[in-house]
Design a protein around this ligand. Structure first.
Ligand code: NAP
Length: 290
């Protein structure tokens, strides 16, 4: 299949690579070209702009930061795409964002598929994402081999918009759990306990969570490779709260968690991994005394 892939950041680059390695004819574009160029080694064609990338494509994939970025890029690209081209929108853009992009697709005669993904850098590199696919059944059928190339599981969820709603539910869980792990470790440190005791104590019991062991040691060490930039977690917390307001659900925990991510971003951790939200809670030691 001839695919245009727009946005080759942490998630987009490995996804585009898997599509090229599966034998598809992939044209990639990224605003900062140095992130797209290495994909040429895997057989992708590196385009000079979004419009030239989508020219002649049967499928366009967007994997960009947020709804605004996707809209800007697709306003440039869409006029160059043929009527009926399938647009797989994979970025996390929330409910309002998805509605706006679906309208943009309609304006340009594109078939809109709302299919955000679950999983982070490691699963993206390994082709083990979970695809939350929603859109017209015939378009989902055409995209099935593409979903299989980037993921280990695809959930077919119904009409476009459903994937993005489930994505927000999943990300509420992700940001809440991340902050809970961070605060628990910071609390242990504040009480002069070795925070590894927390991880050792939950291990194998009903309160255990693989994610705590995945993120916890790096949070304790203050050294985490960037899998999910903290600024994107803050963006997702805002999308969750916007959706909660729209649907009249009170998410008191999410409001607090959002403030923790905002504080960490304010402290300079926006480009760090979201696990660095722990820095907003680390015990404040008075180093001036003695
Ligand atoms: P990333 O590495 O920061 O990549 C973001 C991409 O968007 C880059 O290609 C960036 O281009 C581009 N971009 C941002 N603003 C733009 C604009 N105004 N115009 C053109 N391009 C723009 O982020 P990521 O982790 O791959 O995330 C991409 C999407 O996937 C986000 O919606 C995120 O929430 C979602 N997601 C992420 C994860 C994860 O664990 N990382 C998991 C699931 C879903 P430059 O390279 O030029 O900056």
């Amino acid at each position: 299949m001839k695919i245009a892939f727009l946005g080759t950041g942490i998630m987009g680059a490995p996804m585009a690579r898997h599509l090229a390695q599966a034998g598809h004819d992939v044209s990639v574009w990224n605003r900062s070209p140095e992130k797209a160029r290495p994909l040429a080694e895997h057989g992708a064609d590196v385009a000079g702009g979004p419009a030239s990338a989508v020219d002649g494509a049967e499928v366009v994939v967007t994997m960009l930061t947020d709804g605004g970025a996707v809209e800007d890029v697709m306003r440039e690209a869409a006029p160059a795409a043929a009527q009926g081209t399938v647009w797989w929108q994979a970025s996390t853009v929330g409910i309002d964002g998805t509605e706006g992009l679906a309208a943009l697709a309609e304006e340009h005669g594109l078939t809109f598929v709302d299919a955000p993904v679950l999983g982070t850098r490691g699963p993206a590199e390994g082709g083990e994402l979970v695809v939350l696919a929603s859109g017209p059944p015939d378009a989902l059928e055409r995209l099935a081999p593409l979903f299989d190339a980037v993921g280990s599981k695809t959930l077919e969820l119904g009409e476009a918009g459903t994937g993005s709603r489930l994505k927000l539910v999943m990300n509420l869980w992700v940001v809440s759990v991340t902050d809970a792990i961070a605060e628990t470790i910071a609390f242990a440190q504040g009480l002069d306990l070795d925070p590894h005791l927390f991880l050792d104590t939950i291990a194998g019991g009903s309160l255990d969570l693989g994610y705590a062991h995945f993120k916890g040691p790096g949070m304790i060490a203050g050294d985490l490779p960037v899998s999910f930039p903290l600024k994107h977690a803050l963006k997702d917390a805002d999308l969750i709260l916007e959706a909660a307001d729209r649907h009249a659900v009170e998410l008191a925990l999410a409001r607090t968690v959002r403030e923790r991510f905002a504080a960490a971003a304010q402290a300079g951790y926006g480009d760090a991994d979201m696990g660095m939200v722990i820095e907003a809670s680390r015990p404040r030691r008075d180093t001036s005394a003695g």
